[in-house]
Design a protein around this ligand. Structure first.
Ligand code: MLT
Ligand code: MN
Ligand code: ZN
Length: 310
């Protein structure tokens, strides 16, 4: 068995976002049933239902733990079913929650060398006491079995692979050219495999394009969770919420000839779920035309507490 829970299906900022009064967020603030709130980007995975690893740790993690009983402490005076965290990049929406996981709890933290370095350079993360929290660097394109902090095997194998993307916003170097100093290890996708059942899925919460090698990697798979940040590339500008395109932020839009719906159309993937959805994206509204188009194309729109068992 491989159990997957969406803890947060929204992009950075969540839905609604604290300072946003866009058409979507206004509906969500008003608890309109067409605009269901979502917390920030994270999944939880387990092969036994007792021990869980998080794929990214969002700033909303405390709320996410509260909402999902499988993540509540279960025994003794101090305990957590959360045994570790795997990071796909160093964006605030994916690492902010690490600061909530302090309090001397054994954890295993996995990321690329590059992302581990970012944590190392920010002394705030030293609050995760190294006596309890192991920081493990993962090579690219190599299958590794996740271990608990004490070294015991978890039964979950993961493989990180680079995807088109961008360095974290707060690390952008304007003098470093068009990619702001990004390197391949800045943004990765994850293939998760249950060691015993061999069931597997892909998780790509940030991805700026689907080049042929990446398309081949995910072709014929059972399940993909993919970057659903924007519907169209200039959405932030069109909705009056920002000046950046999705591409500028390292994200591929859903619609149109260059969009993910088209790119995935012929890849024969059993189940496709959009996650990391920005609050401006019209697919968030249950009754929108864009939602209907997306569903008709075989995609599901991820929501908090959604569970998939492979
Ligand atoms: C992104 O996904 O583009 C980032 O999370 C943006 C941010 O850091 O707010
Ligand atoms: Mn993000
Ligand atoms: Zn908004």
């Amino acid at each position: 068995m491989l159990k997957i829970k969406i803890l947060g299906a929204a992009a950075g900022g969540g839905f609604p976002q604290w300072n946003c009064h866009c058409d979507n967020c206004r509906k969500a603030w008003a608890n309109n049933p067409d605009a269901i709130a979502r917390t920030q980007s994270s999944l939880a995975i387990s092969v036994d239902g007792d021990n869980w690893f998080l794929l990214n740790a969002s700033p909303d993690i405390r709320q996410q733990i509260q909402t999902n009983p499988c993540l509540h402490p279960k025994q003794g005076k101090r305990h957590s079913p959360i045994k570790g965290v795997i990071l796909t990049n160093a964006d605030v929406d994916h690492i902010g929650g690490l600061l909530t996981l302090r309090e001397s709890q054994p954890l295993a933290l996995y990321a690329t060398q590059r992302v581990i370095n970012v944590l190392g350079e920010n002394s705030l993360f030293n609050i995760l006491n190294p006596n309890y929290v192991a920081r493990r660097k993962l090579p690219i394109d190599q299958k590794t079995e996740l271990c608990f902090q004490d070294g015991q095997n978890s039964g979950i194998e993961i493989e990180l692979f680079p995807v088109p993307g961008k360095i974290a916003l707060y690390l952008e170097d304007e003098t470093a050219g068009a990619n702001f100093g990004s390197v391949p290890e800045d943004t990765v996708g994850i293939k998760v495999t249950a060691r015993d059942s061999k069931k597997s899925f892909y998780y790509l919460p940030g991805c700026a394009a689907l080049p042929p090698d990446l398309a081949e990697r995910v072709r014929n798979s059972d399940l993909v969770f993919f970057d659903g940040t924007t519907w169209v590339d200039d959405e932030m500008i069109e909705t009056g919420c920002g000046v950046k395109t999705g591409q500028r932020m390292g994200h591929m839009c859903m619609a149109g000839p260059a969009g993910s719906i088209q790119a995935f159309a012929e890849l024969n993937i059993k189940r496709k779920v959009f996650i990391h959805i920005n609050n401006t994206n019209p697919v968030l509204l249950e009754n929108s035309t864009e939602r209907a188009i997306t569903n008709k194309a075989g995609w599901e729109i991820g929501y908090d507490t959604m569970e998939v068992i492979l």
